[in-house]
Design a protein around this ligand. Structure first.
Ligand code: OSB
Ligand code: MG
Length: 389
């Protein structure tokens, strides 16, 4: 008689996780109020199930702790020391709905590290079930509208030229990074240079304080879709005060690190729109809960980006196919970032500014170019379940 585990088809069992750091140069430096990046250091994960199925995931942590306290190096440490051991060799539900709670128990913070593993398990579960990640998580949209995030430029003229090109390319939303000294005049110049119905917004990445409220009120003149994260990540109360003073909706990004933060924002009125990045909130499950909580209160959400390679982008596109992702996401095509991506096919955008969701492909929907990844790898570590080789 076989020993039969009746839960077999609802479980995955990861026996190896390979961590790799690759270096990928951006076509041009990307500057936000808190720093600039020219070459991404990207942490890729390759997860192998005992059945032999493999899927890739990406950790969205940056090079510096400017956007978030996490970096690629802290995430590598957290995954190796504290998080991967909770998965390796153990059964994980497929779909891995409850995995975040397992990773989160008595490990505070490190959401990007948790998310990389959690998301990877969703990818493996999708491949194992021969279904797409988008379908597995409940995605519905066939195509998702795309925006572009334009970094801080040296003067308003340069920014106007970039924004005009983006408009011509078909992007559905144009986000301008701002900071004190590069804000009102820059946004005004772009608003005046583009057709009046262009969806325009600004992202401050926490560069202001509540004392700048009168200054920020000037942005109300430009009919922006929203202003993203004007104040510090912990300033939910002051964001609420600022929102009462502004006509422009506030969207929170850095502040929304978990479900509780989202509930607090909704209760306090700290903003009217949420930027969801699965990597920032600990993975797909929490991202979906935030999506649902916002939908229940009529708060629109959209999918943010972290300059991901084609691997991380696949997870973002799948997430953005959920129904309440009603505003264009930072889901620009591969060619906006890289001379060449690490996936086939590369991510593309049609002339209407839409990215097609690969609902018919199993797993994340793109193939990783293994040789290219091998060539770009500067660091590698294989994590295994005890007793496995
Ligand atoms: O604030 O949304 C942000 C990139 C790195 C860190 C923070 C942010 C961003 C972006 C890039 O805006 C969006 C993209 O990936 O295209
Ligand atoms: Mg942002």
């Amino acid at each position: 008689m076989f020993f039969h585990d009746h839960d077999d088809d609802a479980m995955i069992r990861i026996d190896r996780i390979t961590l790799r750091e690759i270096r990928l140069r951006l076509k041009e430096p990307f500057r936000i109020s808190s720093g600039v990046v020219e070459e991404r250091r990207i942490l890729l994960l390759e997860l192998r199930d005992t059945s032999g199925v493999v899927e890739w995931a990406e950790c969205v942590a940056g090079e510096q702790p400017n956007y978030s306290p996490e970096t690629i190096d802290t995430a590598w440490l957290a995954i190796r020391e504290w998080l991967a051991p909770r998965i390796l060799g153990k059964g994980v539900g497929a779909p891995p709905d409850g995995l975040f709670e397992i990773l989160d128990r008595h490990v505070s913070g490190h959401n990007m590290a948790k998310a990389a593993l959690e998301m990877g398990c969703w990818g493996v579960a999708a491949r194992l079930r021969q279904t797409s990640l988008s379908k597995l998580i409940g995605g519905e949209r066939e195509r998702v509208p795309t925006g572009i995030s334009i970094g801080i430029q040296k003067d308003p003229e340069t920014l106007v030229a970039r924004a005009k090109q983006a408009h011509k390319d078909g992007y559905r939303k144009i986000k301008l990074k701002i900071q004190p000294g590069a804000d009102v005049e820059y946004v005004k110049a772009v608003r005046e240079a583009l057709p009046g119905d262009t969806g325009l917004m600004a992202d401050a990445n926490s560069a202001y304080s509540i004392r700048d409220a009168d200054h920020l009120k000037q942005l109300d003149a430009f009919g922006l879709l929203m202003v993203e994260q004007p104040l510090h990540r912990d300033d939910l109360v002051r964001h609420a005060a600022l929102q009462r003073m502004l006509k422009t909706p506030i969207c929170l990004d850095e502040s929304i690190t978990d479900m509780t933060r989202c509930e607090d924002m909704l209760a306090l009125g700290s903003g009217r729109i949420v930027n969801i990045k699965a990597g920032r909130v600990g993975g797909i499950s929490v991202a979906r809960r935030i999506h649902d909580a916002c939908a229940a209160q009529g708060v629109p959400v959209w999918c943010g980006g972290m300059l991901e390679s084609g691997v991380g982008r696949a997870y973002n596109v799948a997430l953005a196919s959920l129904p309440n992702f009603s505003l264009p996401g930072d889901l620009s095509p591969s060619a906006r970032y890289w001379e060449r991506d690490i996936v086939a096919p590369e991510w593309t955008m049609d002339a209407d500014g839409m990215v097609t969701v690969p609902h018919a492909e199993p797993g994340i929907g793109v193939q990783v170019d293994r040789d290219r990844v091998e060539n770009l790898t500067v660091r590698r570590e294989d994590l295994r379940a005890p007793g496995y080789v």
